[in-house]
Design a protein around this ligand. Structure first.
Ligand SMILES: Cc1cc2nc3c(=O)[nH]c(=O)nc-3n(C[C@H](O)[C@H](O)[C@H](O)COP(=O)(O)OP(=O)(O)OC[C@H]3O[C@@H](n4cnc5c(N)ncnc54)[C@H](O)[C@@H]3O)c2cc1C
Length: 411
């Protein structure tokens, strides 16, 4: 039995901690937040490897994950159906996955209020130092501390997030407040609207207390919009007190003025069904979209995983699935080699290229989606193929044929 510290109590860290705990190791998961993380986050698209990791972590097959849809739809700006595609998918939420994974880990193994601020490592052990004065030693340190990982900053300070040139407006809207027309148009589908150079997508997710009954669900949306680095982006990331949140603005700090501008522009760009959702979402928020790609993810007895290792733009919808796969591979390598440097080197060999490929694929999809529909220098607008967007977005592109099911023409 090895002593293993996992840093970061979000989904990636919880997958790793649960799998290693089930393999009999003494796992300690350190999360900097003092309060439980429940209620954070929005919708998550699931893929088969995510379901496999949940089962390996001990989740019963009877656990309701979320809402199942069977088709994807593109709505034109008029609100009419532009394209349809059969593609069954379970749409869950960050909160639901977090609830399941927290319940599987013994409470004593999950320590809130432990922010890792420093570390020392030798060939035989790693010691982490926390803001609350605690120091803990382990055989392995697994860093799942996200896009701004402080462990990565220690091991590979040259690797930094790179802004992609656009933001995602996000939010969830209660089903109960929506008109019957919007419910009928959107709730049975993974929905899209494709204004030139932009992309709106959304899907139904569970409502309060993870209820999936009609009337109780919510609609999760993501609207990708260009925002130039400099004054435009800074304006979006600045709160009412004039404070700039360069690394990401908390949802409740997004200014009402920016929300109103976004809603006004929606009226001229989006299908009325999506406009209604934006108008009835109490607190829309925004996130800058970034890429992050690593050249190494094993450093002696320290490994990076999840968003600390690679962040792919959300068009592939793979963030949580990739974190779950990282955790599965880590646990496998520790089983095969023991809790040592060889295990982490093997983990790096198995996961580095996968992470790089996912980031690259997401970049291509982002570039395609953002560029299409814009005017070319010769003045010719490029038409975007709506059905291609339906087939490419948020599918596990590594499984041949998985997304390319029968694609009926426009209805
Ligand atoms: C717009 C958008 C849409 C997305 N849609 C999807 C989707 O449909 N499907 C999908 O799979 N993924 C999606 N993702 C990505 C997904 O949210 C992440 O990839 C996933 O949650 C894995 O993250 P993680 O656990 O590695 O890190 P994070 O979720 O970033 O968690 C890091 C944790 O570490 C903690 N922490 C940080 N520093 C320290 C420290 N020093 N000490 C202790 N704790 C620390 C933080 O408090 C946090 O809890 C989306 C992302 C965005 C931005």
């Amino acid at each position: 039995m090895a002593r293993i510290i996992v840093v970061g109590g979000s989904l990636g860290g919880l997958f790793a901690a649960n799998l290693l705990h089930r393999d009999g190791h003494e796992v300690t998961l350190l999360e900097k937040s003092k309060a439980p993380l429940d209620g954070r986050g929005a919708g998550i698209v699931t893929h088969p490897p995510l379901l496999e990791a949940l089962a390996r972590a001990g989740a019963g097959a009877d656990q309701a994950l979320g809402v199942q849809v069977t088709q994807r739809v593109v709505l034109a700006q008029s609100g009419a159906v532009e394209a349809l595609l059969d593609l069954p998918q379970i749409l869950t939420s960050w909160g639901r996955l977090h609830q399941i994974l927290v319940a599987l880990l013994p409470a004593a193994r999950y320590r809130l209020g432990f922010e890792v601020t420093g570390l020392t490592s030798s060939t035989s052990a790693v010691t982490v130092h926390c803001a609350n004065g605690a120091s803990l030693e382990a055989d392995l340190l697994i860093a799942s501390d996200g896009l701004r990982s402080s462990i990565r900053a220690h091991c590979a300070p040259e690797v930094e997030p790179c802004y992609a040139g656009y933001v995602a407006w996000r939010g969830v809207c209660d089903e109960a407040v929506l008109s019957t027309h919007t419910l009928a148009s959107l709730f049975g589908y993974f929905g899209f609207c494709l204004p030139p150079g932009e992309q709106m997508l959304g899907y139904p997710v569970a409502g309060a207390a993870n209820c999936v009954e009609p009337g109780e669900r919510r609609y999760n949306f993501v609207w990708y919009r260009p925002a130039q680095e400099g004054p435009e982006l800074r304006g979006l990331l600045t709160d009412d007190e004039g404070r700039l949140h360069a690394a990401g603005i908390p949802p409740n700090k997004v200014t009402q003025q920016n929300i109103e501008i976004m809603r006004t522009e929606a009226r001229t760009l989006l299908a009325p069904q999506f406009v209604e959702i934006l108008e009835k979402t109490a607190q829309p928020f925004l996130q800058p979209i970034c890429d992050l790609s690593s050249e190494r993810i094993a450093f002696g007895r320290i490994a990076l995983m999840g968003d600390a290792a690679f962040v792919a733009r959300p068009h592939v919808g793979m963030g949580v699935t990739k974190a779950a796969e990282d955790a599965l591979t880590l646990a496998q390598c520790v089983t095969e080699h023991g809790a040592n440097q060889e295990a982490l080197l093997d983990y790096e060999t198995r996961r580095l290229k996968v992470g790089q490929r996912v980031v690259e694929r997401a970049r291509q999809l982002g570039a395609y989606m953002q560029a299409q529909g814009r005017s070319h220098p010769d003045g010719v607008a490029v038409e975007r193929d709506a059905r291609q967007v339906l087939m490419d977005t948020a599918v596990d592109f590594r499984r041949p044929g998985s997304a390319r099911q029968a694609a009926p023409g426009p209805a």
